[in-house]
Design a binder for this molecule. Structure first.
Ligand code: BG6
Length: 477
């Protein structure tokens, strides 16, 4: 495995711990070597020291011996020639097979160059002696045109079967559990449609700000950072038709079909469908925190949105008339990733004393973070002299049942080595996702907001987000 950008955050925080854990479970192919490639002039020893992290000493000892480092420029052909030699040398030294996984953990502006250079150096060619696969981190392009240009550039070197566009949300246990819940049970699917469901809410709230990622985030903003990938993937999994098999193309055909059903956002009435926000100074857990505009590497007059809420409609038989409300933001009161499916109210409430009370409605909530699990809320009689009802939860708690779920990168790295693309993003999906969001990004760019910052850190976004929901309420406020 070659990691481009091996000195960066992603390698240290996600990739290396996942690889160490996979090694400890004994599921990595043997022998398994990692070559880090980046501009810093480190050597093998320094690479091993820097990445040691919190690893268990016993686990690390065996693993570290298979880590190597090569210093080079992402755009310099000579670096790739040296990489080719080094790989051949390591193969010979360790008796490794000829399979190669290239992981692009670099800023996105290098993706095209790296793949082109791999091609030119002959490193990407599958010549019958093993596979060559390339993992590409998000964002894949920054709008429809740039995504297509990147696809074109990469497609000149690699076949689609060699390209693994990663969305780490798809590696989360609880996200995959959504598929098992929907398609491994008989009792829910008959209710999963416009006859019974009132609306669906998807929330990805984070209490963190942009931390040290101001430079990246200024270019990205919340739509590119969260909606065009993670949010839309969750929408697909909760709303798609049942795939015929849990196989790459069967699943990805359905997610792409779902994206095709999303009604384009009406640009002449955008404020009723899409709300943007940016955090000002405020408090998180009682501690004062700075405004987005005061974060490192952020312009003092930045108009980058750190929050968005959208209403989407799906034009198909299953979902006609059912609104999907999506919201995501930084510096919200707490970390919460949740999909809530709200059912319609009972048509008639027979209990006389309760006639004035709104009839009950059930909710199935998939909690992806922080308390992984699934909860079904329903009405019960509360003990008292007069008839009273209240809502209670029937809850599956992932942690209590199975312990802490593994890091999502573990599953995805393993899938990639096994050649399973089911949980990776296919090129047509990327295209459809950009087709949906590019007009919104353009409309927002033409009309910069004049009210930023419009929510204090520690709030659930700007008040305007409440106007999107057609008199329904966002959960957890
Ligand atoms: C990343 C975004 O893709 O997902 C980050 O770039 C965000 O801005 C992160 O914080 C959230 O992931 P998770 O797994 O912590 O919910």
């Amino acid at each position: 495995m070659v990691i481009f950008g091996a000195t960066g955050d992603l390698t240290r925080r996600k990739l290396m711990p996942s690889l160490v854990s996979l090694a400890a479970k004994g599921v990595l192919p043997q022998p398994f070597n990692v070559v880090g490639y980046a501009i810093e002039s480190w050597d093998d020893q320094r690479f091993r020291e820097q990445l040691r992290g919190e690893a268990d000493p016993a686990q690390w000892q065996g693993f570290a011996a298979n880590l190597f480092y090569l210093s080079g420029d992402f755009r310099d052909p000579a670096g790739y020639a040296r990489l080719r030699e080094r790989l051949a040398q390591i193969d010979a030294q360790t008796g490794a097979h000829d399979n190669r996984l290239f992981y692009l953990a670099t800023p996105p502006s290098f993706y095209g160059d790296i793949v082109r250079q791999l091609g030119a150096a002959g490193l990407a060619r599958e010549d019958g002696h093993g596979w060559r696969r390339v993992v590409i981190e998000k964002p894949f392009g920054r709008d429809l045109a740039s995504a297509r240009a990147l696809d074109h550039e990469i497609g000149a070197v690699l076949k689609e079967s060699q390209i693994y566009r990663i969305d780490h949300y798809l590696g989360k246990e609880t996200v995959q559990n959504l598929l098992v819940f929907r398609f491994g049970n008989r009792i829910f699917e008959p209710l999963w449609n416009r006859e019974y469901i009132d609306h669906v809410q998807i929330t990805m709230a984070e209490s963190l700000g942009v931390e040290q990622r101001g430079k990246y985030y200024e270019e990205a903003g919340v739509i590119r950072d969260m909606f065009q990938n993670h949010m839309l993937q969750l929408l697909c999994l909760v709303a798609m038709e049942p795939p015929v098999a849990f196989e790459a193309d069967a699943v990805r055909d359905e997610t792409a079909k779902l994206l095709r059903a999303i009604r384009p956002l009406p640009l002449d009435d955008l404020h009723a469908w899409a709300v943007r926000g940016q955090y000002g100074a405020g408090q998180i857990d009682g501690q004062p925190v700075a405004a987005y505009r005061a974060e490192p590497n952020v312009a003092p007059d930045s108009t980058t949105p750190t929050f968005a809420a959208l209403k989407l409609r799906l034009d198909n038989w299953r979902w006609d008339g059912v609104p999907f409300y999506l919201r995501s933001g930084k510096r919200m009161p707490r970390k919460l990733t949740e999909i809530a499916v709200r059912f319609k109210r009972t048509p008639h409430l027979m209990f006389r004393p309760l006639r004035d009370r709104a009839p009950g409605a059930n909710t199935i909530a998939f909690n992806l973070q922080p308390d992984e699990g699934i909860a079904l809320s329903f009405e019960v009689k509360q003990p008292s002299d007069e008839l009273r009802m209240r809502s209670v939860d029937m809850r599956f708690d992932y942690d209590a049942m199975f312990g802490e779920p593994p890091e999502s990168y573990e599953a995805l790295l393993l899938d990639c080595m096994q050649g399973d693309q089911t949980l990776f993003v296919r090129v047509d999906w990327v295209d459809l996702a950009w087709r949906l969001f590019t007009p919104l990004l353009e409309a927002w760019a033409i009309a910069p907001p004049d009210d930023f910052p419009n929510y204090p850190a520690g709030a659930w976004g700007p008040p305007a987000a409440n106007m999107l929901t057609d008199n329904r309420r966002w959960r957890n406020e």
